[in-house]
Design a protein around this ligand. Structure first.
Ligand code: AGP
Length: 617
């Protein structure tokens, strides 16, 4: 997720762009850059780091004149965060400049073709490939920028929100959208236009905006009304101009009250972005360079040691069930803090998988360094490109969750599980420990998960009602079995860390070994009782709770009638493969903890005593 913003009109462009970038930093902060057109030439400044680093660089390098320009704050997906990979990018002729939010999946094929035609590239980004494709189309077809962009975009596969500028026609922008957001602010009488990932950079200048729809392209010229066309067939589209009612803070949170809720609702897109370009279900292929390049190390591993902390450790527990069930590889899961001090027995036949959203957790990083010293191969699963853990590991794969601002991890958890599931399936398929039929079923079912999460999110009001009943409880118990035991732990952690209510997660069968003594009419027990996975056993656990007057909040597979007869509240989730149920069962638990914390007036996004990244021991 990156932030893009641009201006064309009668005002000085620089202050609008730089302030706009600051407002968009929540969308990504690996690097930042901008261009300004001063009537003669395009001036560009870009740098690794935050927008404040860009401001310093601009002061010493370029004049800030000009009333046309655009800027970008990056969340890296291709190419590590550094100056040269920062946006904007020039085409080879330096006549065209582009900023881009999204992923071009087939950029490597297009890049090879352009290299064959004599193009050279300065960066490792997919974006530089796109701007040169547009230049090549413009040259070959002798068409204007808008037409060249339209033709080029019909050749790319992926997601984009782009702004393209041609210094040979300096009175217009071409803007296009597929999968990533673009808002166009429209000034009075079309005397000025603003382009941005959301309205936060221009809400103080105009409340009139058009939000491009997917596969739409707009040509923006000062003094003319905006022209919107369908990328597929160039047909004209009526501009739907909205009058915005949101204030600045609401815009940054996408209209949600908190970043945590926004990130819960971003999970369908985050899961899609994480398997995009990797999961080719109709071809029966899972493509992951980091795994492909090291497949023998993984297949021949004596065991896989998964290391993480907090929510990442819970994702590791889910992965343990997945890897052992699907790929038949022995797995153990370790807390980073315990593993690093335990003097464990590690050999070069071990593979360590380190999981970390931030990529900066000190205990996980230290555990990785120790494992490498003892000869293990270390694979990283991180959400932040170029983070310390991403750089320390021998290979890795990134979750494409986008920045996770809320301290309580939500989309990081589901995207970690998504990635780990793909790895387990890839290894199982390579080892032949998974039948072709099951393999293909999993691939097709994984593609349906984002829609099932979307459907699941519609039960928000029901969860809010349940939260209102139990918000004053002083203790919760979360129970689950098999793949959903780690989800019970994760649900308890979510509640603890944002509502400050004590909660414990347990394997459902463990209840009779102690926790059952806690149960009385004042204790809510959340039980994950999905159809697949020891269902009958969990039902008998629920009956044991009922007989002690515990209050039961059960998460069941839709259509369940048995648990409905016993539980106080039933939350239904769509049916899916057993190994994929954590991607769904965790959603209502995230919402439950969120609504209880809000009702208790807690600081949901920054809970007391917690930090988003624990970079200290
Ligand atoms: C989870 O909601 C917490 N924010 C915390 O447990 C977190 O998962 C843990 O600190 C690990 O962080 P990491 O994934 O960035 O390494």
């Amino acid at each position: 997720m990156c932030g893009i913003t641009g201006y064309i009109g009668y005002r000085k462009a620089y202050p609008i762009i730089i302030n706009g970038l600051k407002r968009l930093e929540y969308r990504g902060y690996d690097s930042a850059g901008l261009i300004l057109y001063d009537g003669k030439d395009i001036k560009m400044a870009k740098t690794k780091g935050k927008v404040s680093n860009l401001e310093e660089k601009i002061t010493n390098n370029i004049t800030t004149t000009g009333n046309i320009g655009f800027g970008h704050t990056r969340w890296a997906t291709h190419g590590i965060p550094n100056d040269i990979n920062s946006h904007p990018h020039f085409s080879e002729s330096e006549n065209l400049a582009i900023i881009h939010n999204g992923i071009i999946e087939n950029y490597d094929t297009i890049k090879k073709e352009l290299i064959n035609r004599g193009y050279t590239f300065k960066s490792d980004t997919d974006t530089e490939v796109l701007v040169n494709l547009i230049e090549e189309v413009k040259k070959q077809k002798g068409v204007k920028l808008g037409k060249a962009v339209q033709i080029a975009l019909n050749e790319v596969v992926g997601a984009y929100a782009i702004v393209v500028f041609d210094k040979t026609k300096p009175n217009e922008f071409v803007v296009a959208k597929l999968g990533s957001p673009i808002a166009i602010g429209i000034g009075e009488d079309n005397t000025e236009f603003f382009v941005a990932s959301d309205a936060s950079p221009f809400i103080e200048y105009t409340k009139n905006a058009v939000y491009l729809e997917d596969e739409e392209l707009a040509i923006i010229k000062v003094g003319k009304s905006i022209k919107i066309r369908k990328i597929k067939d160039d047909s004209l589209v009526d501009a739907n101009i909205l009058e915005l009612k949101l204030n600045l803070e609401q815009i940054e949170k996408g209209g949600y009250d908190h970043f945590m809720l926004k990130e819960i609702y971003e999970q369908p897109k985050a899961i899609t972005d994480t398997f995009r370009g990797r999961l080719l279900a109709n071809k029966g292929i899972i493509r992951m360079a980091g795994i492909d390049d090291n497949i023998q190390r993984l297949l021949n591993a004596n065991r896989i040691i998964i290391v993480g902390c907090g929510t990442s450790w819970h994702a590791g527990l889910v992965a343990e069930y997945l890897f052992e069930d699907i790929a038949r590889i022995p797995v153990e899961v370790e807390y980073g803090s315990e593993f690093r001090y335990r003097n464990p027995i590690i050999t070069e036949n071990d593979v360590v998988i380190a999981i970390s959203q931030s990529g900066e957790t000190a205990d996980t990083l230290a555990a990785i360094k120790m494992a490498k010293e003892k000869g293990a191969f270390v694979f990283g699963v991180c959400n932040v490109v170029g983070s310390s853990i991403a750089r320390e590991t021998d290979a890795g794969a990134y979750t494409h969750a986008g920045p996770e601002i809320g301290v309580a991890s939500t989309k990081a958890f589901t995207t970690q599980i998504t990635l780990l599931t793909l790895i387990a399936l890839k290894l199982g398929e390579a080892k032949g420990t998974l039948s072709k039929a099951t393999y293909h079923t999993y691939l097709q079912e994984m593609e349906l998960i984002p829609n099932k999460v979307e459907t699941l999110l519609t039960i928000n009001d029901k969860i809010k009602y349940i939260a209102s009943i139990y918000k004053d409880a002083t203790n919760f118990l979360y129970l689950g079995r098999g793949f959903n035991f780690p989800v019970a732990l994760e649900g308890a952690l979510k509640l603890k860390e944002i509502s400050y209510i004590h909660a414990e997660g347990y394997p459902a069968a463990e209840m009779k070994h102690g926790p059952i003594a806690l149960i009385d009419e004042n204790m809510p027990i959340v039980v994950i009782a999905t159809k697949k996975g020891h269902y009958e056993k969990v039902v008998s656990n629920i009956q044991e709770i009922k007989s002690r007057d515990g209050k039961i909040i059960a998460v069941v597979t839709e259509g369940d009638t048995t648990v409905k007869e016993i539980a106080d509240h039933v939350i239904e989730i769509p049916e899916t493969e057993e190994g994929l149920t954590p991607l769904l069962t965790t959603i209502p638990l995230q919402l439950l903890s969120y609504h209880i914390a809000v009702m208790l007036n807690k600081n949901v996004d920054q809970p007391r005593n917690l930090a988003k990244s624990v970079t200290v021991e």
